[in-house]
Design a protein around this ligand. Structure first.
Ligand code: GLU
Length: 256
């Protein structure tokens, strides 16, 4: 079965410092539908934001962020478990850092764990291990983590569910005439060097980290689809009907 990685960000999963339960349920329901056509690996953010519902620490401080992530990770997973139970899908938690992709031995171990889980129909849910790692060991955003995961587990496609419904020629929040790109086959070094601008207080990335993830995928002959995580219609139609209604496809296939 074809493997895909789905990445969902804090902006989609949380609202007013709490888990956005209805949105999480929609995502879980979509994954349950996808499971008959794909082996799915989920990369999720939201630990720091979920932690903030239990304790109010400053997430901009090094230890504050770690304490929030450590309190929030079980809250996040408990919320997923409740929802995946409805669809009788068992889940597994994997916490990774950049170091886990550094050595062949570690990457191989990670691949074997994913293979074992998927063979047993268990859905791997991955987040960055924000807790015990030093800043040098962290990707710092789950967009680039998810691209590395997709490459390591040999997934052809990474789907990023975001607070934006695709990649635009200019910021759609400031420009009403902004146009969405349907397909992108290459990204210039300039756009990849722009400053990261997350739209949400708990989000780490912004469009630039998504473009870096897309660039990584294209350079490794894989694809990435960026679409809305608020309304999953575009993701569902792309994945289940192979129709692109909205969203941007980043692909290395130039003449398609
Ligand atoms: N690992 C962080 C969390 O779970 C999020 C990183 C990101 O926003 O990409 O809160």
């Amino acid at each position: 079965m074809q493997r895909i990685v789905i990445k969902v960000g804090s902006a989609v999963l949380t609202e007013n410092n709490k888990i956005a339960k209805a949105r999480m349920l929609n995502l879980v329901s979509l994954i349950s539908k996808l499971k008959s056509s794909y082996d799915v690996v989920l990369v999720t953010s939201g630990a720091v934001a979920a932690g903030y519902s239990a304790l109010k620490l400053d997430k901009k401080k090094h230890i504050g962020k770690k304490a929030l992530a450590s309190a929030g990770q079980p809250i996040l997973m408990a919320s997923y478990k409740k929802k995946f139970d409805i669809f009788e899908i068992d889940i597994a938690q994997i916490l990774l850092t950049e170091d886990d992709f550094d050595s062949r031995r570690r990457t191989k171990m990670f691949q074997e764990i994913i293979d074992a889980l998927l063979e047993n129909k268990i859905l791997p849910i991955i987040n960055e291990n924000d807790i015990t790692s030093t800043p040098e060991q962290l990707f710092g955003d789950n967009d680039q983590l998810s691209a590395n995961v997709a490459h390591a587990v040999n997934a052809d496609l990474l789907v990023i569910l975001s607070d934006i419904d695709g990649y635009y020629d200019k910021n759609p929040k400031e420009n009403s005439d902004a146009k969405i790109y349907k397909t992108i086959t290459e990204l210039s070094p300039e756009v990849l060097q722009e400053v990261t601008t997350p739209n949400n207080e708990f989000a780490t990335g912004g469009i630039v980290t998504k473009l870096k993830a897309a660039d990584y995928m294209m350079k490794h002959h894989r694809k990435m689809f960026l679409c809305s995580g608020f309304d999953l219609a575009a993701a569902e139609s792309f994945l289940l009907k192979h129709q692109q209604t909205l969203g941007t496809l980043f692909t290395y296939e130039k003449h398609k």
